[in-house]
Design a protein around this ligand. Structure first.
Ligand code: FES
Length: 140
């Protein structure tokens, strides 16, 4: 009688039924939420470090953008929650405006889950105009 040799058996990892084992990629995904002025909300997943504008486009969320270099302010959103880093410092944002939460999403990447209020270009331009007026009045 031939003896069978022991065989290595593999089993799926024990996870609650219906749940896939979280992959390394899934752990690095961030949730990006876009709220529009009209109240519509779009949520998508993107890898940590992904460009915000490109992630939106890939997910079918079409936002305004002209220069895609941080210069024109057409893509500017307001960051309501989360953090971003810049691949290049946006020329359209002063430190004050960045501090107020304005983000040029064409040159911004997500580090964390983040929520943006979209279509803030006009608001930004109005704030910049007010800042210029204040400076003119201060300096005569
Ligand atoms: S598209 Fe011009 S600043 Fe982003």
């Amino acid at each position: 009688m031939a003896q069978s040799s022991p065989q290595l058996q593999t089993r799926p990892a024990a996870f609650p039924s219906g749940q896939a084992k979280p992959s390394h990629d899934a752990v690095n995904l961030r949730t990006i939420t876009f709220q529009t002025k009209s109240g519509a909300v779009h949520t998508l997943k993107a890898p940590r470090g992904a460009n915000v504008y490109n992630s939106a486009e890939r997910s079918g969320v079409h936002l305004p953008a002209v220069c895609k270099q941080g210069s024109c302010s057409s893509c500017v959103c307001k960051l309501l929650e989360g953090t971003v880093t810049y691949s290049t410092q946006p020329e359209c944002l002063t430190p004050k405006l960045k501090g107020e939460g304005f983000v040029a999403i064409c040159v911004a990447s997500v580090n964390s889950d983040a929520t943006f209020l979209t279509h803030q270009g006009a608001t930004l331009r109005a704030e910049r105009a007010e800042d210029m007026d204040r400076m003119k009045h201060r300096h005569g």
